[in-house]
Design a protein around this ligand. Structure first.
Ligand code: PNS
Length: 159
C-alpha cells in the first residue's frame, strides 16, 4: 500500500490545502494529513481544533485520514509507515524553505520521498495567515475556506 503524509500547521485548513490533499489522494492508496503542533508558530486554533476542522473538511475523501502530531515529521511518517511526503508549492517564495525542509528530511530519513504538487493559479496567493488576517478584520473568507472553517474563524474573532 502506498501511503503519503501531507504535513502542515493547518491554522486553519484552506481551499489551497484541500486542493493539494484531493489531488494527492488520487496518486496514492492513503493520505494521512498530519497536523503539526507547531508551538513556535503560536497557532490561533488549538491542535485539537485544527485537527477537527481538517477532519470535517476532508470527510468526503474516503482515503484521507487526519492525525495530530508533535515532534519530528520523519518520526511521524515512519510511525505511519508512509513512503511519501507530499507538500504543496505556491510561488517561488515557498521554494527556498521547502527545498531546505526536503533536504533535511532526506538527510534524516532517506527512505521517504518528498513530492511537490504545484498550487493552481487561483490558490497561489492563498495562505492560512492571509485568511486569519482577513477574518480578524471581519472580511468574508467564504471564497478561501469551507463554511465550517469560516464559522470557526468568525467565532474566534468575537471571543
Ligand atoms: O503549514 P506549515 O506551517 O508551513 O508546515 C510546516 C511543517 C509543519 C510541515 C514543518 O514545520 C514540520 O515538518 N514540522 C514538524 C517538525 C519537524 O520535523 N521539523 C523539521 C526539522 S527541524
Amino acid at each position: 500500500m502506498k501511503r503519503a503524509v501531507t504535513p502542515g500547521t493547518f491554522d486553519p485548513i484552506t481551499f489551497g490545502h484541500l486542493d493539494i490533499i484531493t489531488r494527492a489522494a488520487q496518486l496514492v492508496d492513503e493520505i494521512v494529513v498530519a497536523v503539526a503542533a507547531s508551538p513556535g508558530k503560536k497557532p490561533l486554533f488549538s491542535l485539537e481544533e485544527r485537527t477537527a476542522l481538517a477532519r470535517e473538511a476532508t470527510k468526503h475523501l474516503k482515503n484521507v485520514r487526519v492525525e495530530p502530531f508533535d515532534g519530528l515529521l520523519v518520526d511521524f511518517a515512519r510511525e505511519q509507515q508512509a513512503q511519501v511526503l507530499v507538500k504543496g508549492l505556491r510561488a517561488i517564495t515557498d521554494f527556498e524553505y521547502e527545498f531546505q525542509m526536503a533536504a533535511l528530511n532526506y538527510q534524516l530519513a532517506n527512505e521517504l520521498e518528498t513530492v511537490f504538487i504545484m498550487s493552481p493559479p487561483q490558490y497561489m496567493y492563498l495562505s492560512s495567515s492571509i485568511v486569519r488576517e482577513l477574518a480578524s478584520l471581519r472580511s468574508p473568507v467564504d471564497q478561501f475556506v469551507p463554511p465550517l472553517v469560516a464559522d470557526a474563524l468568525a467565532r474566534k474573532f468575537v471571543e
